[in-house]
Design a protein around this ligand. Structure first.
Ligand code: MSP
Length: 535
């Protein structure tokens, strides 16, 4: 690990109040694609995901199921872990905030904060949204009579659900002391928050003034106790945000932990949904500044997956509580795992909200995967096997033969990488599809079936098939982060197993990497066309 450049990427840790849905899986796949891409680029990747298990919301979910919070969390962990495994998530670690390591790190944080003078004891009197685990002041809340619901009820300004009145002794974190340092951070690192348009929202929030934050609770006990005042438990976000450092050794006093922390911290990317941007771009950097730790390089905020409300026609955020959540298994049944990953990663723009639909899924699957990519692979491998006796052609002299496809690959990988690095997966996919489409056209234009009939044109036939195989090899490598199993299968069918776990992508994509006279397997269709329309 020492000489490789680190790349540390995280997802939010998910509340265990309900089973994961498409929205939750979305961010995890987004991070997985980046982690796989960075591994292929030779980085020493640490990819972290996990579960957020403390707080009132989880305690309530446990009580509703007649279980203790710990029992409930333990019962939910396999749902998350199994789904990630099924979706080919290549996380290197899975953290749970009930892990011993989180307990140690959070208590260490309390002591550090106390020493640094950024805590004081007071009492909190205000509003609390349990589903969002967020505090709101009197002037932030919405009153329900404005909406003709239950008169006088106080509602969450973000999610619209009823708020709870909280009056309790609490420790406060001096967040207000960080207004200037945060504005300076945004000024000096305008790409701290990505995409750029999200930065404005964060900056104006901070410019509006920051209030000290209540970071402990005394009215319930499902949380990590404050080490020097154990009737207080840690506010769930103060606990949860630290997971990113816990997982790389924060708070552990061993040489190994210290060297891991030095290697992987600060993280390169925290991926989050736009609803939790303030926690990650305001509270988290302020916490890190308070304890003198380095700040993550970037927080990338994605939009919501939305679905159309059948009655009003309006696009609505997909969520369990709205009852419009789609289970990942429904999409897996339709598209398969790799079709699922491909659709969400390459047809959904990752900064904005995106409406998803089964109709669109089918269109994308059929057009890109069945008709273009899958078809190219099956036609080419069939022809190679048919014309060259079950093998790839003899390549002696081929590399010097510059075909149209070779020109298409000029600068393609650089453009692909530039897109991948900005989480522009739609753009990255488009570059690969340029090659795939060019190869399909090349088949039509060069009509290898006619060339094969003419014994004087054997070299031309060899060049056509070799060019096509090479275009497929490069496409498979570039598609790997999105569809790892299919790409591995394609490379395997061309006897290129040694290229499957690539860690120098640019080099591997240099023209000329196919193998001469090795077995070609035709195999089954990679993406059979979807016939019936799903209701
Ligand atoms: N536990 C906190 C995060 C703590 S990180 C230190 C949390 N959990 S959550 O389970 O409620 O949400 C996790 C993530 O899922 C958020 O980033 C949220 O934006 C995302 N999504 C939930 N529904 C979503 C969609 N419909 N679409 C896309 N992402 C959505 O917040």
């Amino acid at each position: 690990m020492a000489d490789k450049k680190p790349f540390y990427i995280t997802t939010p840790i998910y509340y265990v109040n309900a089973a994961p849905h498409l929205g939750t899986a979305y961010c995890t796949i987004l991070a997985d694609v980046q982690a796989r891409y960075r591994r292929a680029m030779g980085y020493d990747v640490k990819f972290l995901t996990g579960m957020d298990e403390h707080g009132e919301k989880v305690a309530e979910a446990a009580a509703n199921h007649g279980m203790s919070p710990q029992q409930w969390c333990d019962s939910q962990a396999p749902l998350f872990k199994n789904l990630w495994q099924q979706l080919e998530i290549s996380n290197d670690d899975f953290i749970r905030t009930t892990d011993e390591r989180q307990f140690t790190a959070v208590q260490y944080l309390w002591n550090k904060m106390q020493e640094a003078g950024f805590l004081y004891k007071g009492s909190y009197d205000g509003w609390y949204c349990v589903p969002e685990e967020t505090y709101f002041t009197e002037n932030q809340v919405r009153k329900s009579d404005e909406e003709h619901k239950t008169e006088g009820q106080h509602l969450c300004p973000d999610c619209g659900r009823p708020l709870e009145r909280v009056q309790e002794e609490s420790y406060f974190f001096k967040l207000s002391a960080f207004q200037e340092p945060l504005l300076k951070l945004f000024e000096e690192h305008p790409d701290f928050v990505q995409p750029a348009f999200r930065m404005n929202e964060v900056r104006s929030f901070v410019e509006g003034g920051l209030q000290d934050l209540s970071v402990s609770r005394t009215s319930f006990d499902w949380g990590i106790p404050v080490p020097f005042d154990t009737k207080h438990v840690t506010y769930v976000w103060f606990d949860a945000l630290l997971n990113y450092m816990t997982a790389v050794g924060y708070g552990v006093n061993t040489d190994e932990a210290r060297s891991q922390l030095a290697h992987f911290w600060p993280a390169q990317y925290h991926l989050v949904g736009k609803d939790i941007i303030r926690f990650h771009c305001v509270i988290w950097p302020a916490m890190l500044m308070a304890i003198g730790a380095s700040l993550p390089d970037h927080v990338f905020a994605h939009g919501f997956l939305t679905v159309r409300n059948p009655e009003t026609g309006a696009a609505e955020k997909m969520s369990k509580s709205r009852g419009n959540a789609i289970a990942p298994s429904d999409v897996i049944d339709l598209l398969g795992i790799e079709g699922y990953r491909y659709y969400f990663m390459t047809d959904v723009s990752h900064g904005e909200d995106s409406a998803i639909s089964f109709e669109r899924m089918e269109q994308v699957y059929n057009a890109d995967l069945a008709n273009s990519w899958g078809n190219l692979v099956s036609r080419t491998l069939n022809m190679s096997a048919k014309y060259f006796d079950g093998s790839t052609p003899n390549l002696n002299g081929w590399v010097d033969h510059t075909g149209v496809l070779r020109e298409v690959t000029d600068g393609l990988v650089e453009r692909y990488c530039a897109c991948m690095e900005q989480f522009d997966y739609v753009g990255a996919k488009n570059t690969v599809m340029e090659l795939v489409h060019a190869a399909n056209h090349f088949i039509e234009d060069s009509a290898p079936w006619n060339v094969a009939k003419d014994e004087t044109r054997t070299e031309e036939l060899r060049n056509i098939i070799a060019d096509l195989l090479e275009a497929i090899r490069i496409s498979a490598l570039l598609f790997t982060p999105f569809m790892p199993t299919t790409s591995a299968e394609v490379l395997h069918r061309m006897s290129l197993d040694d290229q499957i776990a690539c860690n120098s992508l640019s080099e591997a994509c240099t023209w000329g990497g196919i193998a001469s006279e090795v077995a070609v397997t035709k195999g089954d269709a990679l993406f059979p066309r979807l016939a019936a329309k799903k209701e």
